[in-house]
Design a protein around this ligand. Sequence first.
Ligand SMILES: Cc1cc2nc3c(=O)[nH]c(=O)nc-3n(C[C@H](O)[C@H](O)[C@H](O)COP(=O)(O)O)c2cc1C
Length: 217
Amino acid sequence: MSLRFAVNIADLRHEYMQSGLDEKNAAADPFKQFERWFDAATAARLHLPNAVILATADAQGAPSARAVLLKNYDPGGFVFYTNYASRKGRELAANPHACLLFSWVELERQVCIEGPVLKVSAAESDAYFASRPLGSRLGAWASPQSETVPDRAALEARFADARRRYGDAVPRPPHWGGFRVIPHAIEFWQGRENRLHDRLRYRRGDKSGWTIERLAP
Ligand SMILES: Cc1cc2nc3c(=O)[nH]c(=O)nc-3n(C[C@H](O)[C@H](O)[C@H](O)COP(=O)(O)O)c2cc1C
């Protein structure tokens, strides 16, 4: 088969030159460091800077991954919202550990957050659900996330049912809410020249402090 018009993937190369991250200028607190990089991603007008890959694993350790949207973070952890009965929800019920991967490739950066996962409180999920646009709230009722459906018309019929049932006053479905990833490690990766990238990993210590280690790229 001719590859004349195709891109040769092996020839796609890039020298990472934009920035650096070292022990002297990194924040002592990883949440502060995350804030700096998240603000930079927002300031750079990246499309969906809060889109993050969520990796989970089932009870046997088989992995799965998908994008979600980060909706909040603070020293308590990183919060996203989803359907608790979805594949990810079921995997987190069986194996409450996750990894979140922000891939801000335009800035030659990635951030990897690992740790145990807890559901956020019902009150927190209620407050966030109430802030969503009407269509998103109805969609949460209409979509049996991760289940097979016969066709698109079936989904649209479920949406119309939800609209008839709830009108503008849509309660949070009991199977929908937030999860919080409570990091025990956060790694910040900055691409550098000659593949000698900067990798600083923060690990939570016994007390409240964090240890910063440099990892080989
Ligand atoms: C940019 C982007 C953002 C997404 N945000 C969410 C989200 O916040 N919550 C969610 O449940 N699914 C979100 N999705 C859809 C998920 O990637 C996924 O298809 C869905 O949650 C079902 O995943 P599961 O079957 O592995 O549970 C998003 C997808 C994309 C591409």
